[in-house]
Design a protein around this ligand. Structure first.
Ligand SMILES: [Zn+2]
Ligand SMILES: [Zn+2]
Length: 107
């Protein structure tokens, strides 16, 4: 298991998830997950469809479970449409008038 550096754990707990998503260690783990999942959205795959994965999602959300940030079994490749469904809270914000909807997990 890959250890989450203490400074990143601190940043997540402080709400600074950008710092985490921009870290080299996340980029490396993210890539591992995409390769494991063949760059395919795993939710679409379940339904027998093919979509290219655009992001790697934390099944147990990062902010609530920072200790699972780099645990491969907590990570899944998803397309944007499926990813949005996993984050109704972000969608609500978007509908409320945010101009651009860019998910942090795409980084
Ligand atoms: Zn999908
Ligand atoms: Zn997500």
């Amino acid at each position: 298991m890959i250890q989450l550096p203490k400074e990143l754990l601190k940043a997540i707990k402080a709400g600074n998830v950008r710092k985490f998503y921009k870290s080299a260690i996340w980029q490396a783990v993210r890539k591992q997950v995409l390769i494991r999942d063949n760059y395919e959205c795993q939710k679409c795959k379940e339904k027998g469809r093919y979509s290219k994965a655009n992001c790697v999602h934390h099944i147990k959300h990062l902010r609530e479970f920072p200790l699972l940030a780099l645990v491969l079994s907590n990570l899944i490749s998803l397309c944007n449409a499926c990813h949005n469904q996993e984050h109704p809270e972000k969608l609500k914000k978007y509908r409320a008038g945010q101009k651009e909807y860019i998910t942090e997990e795409r980084w």
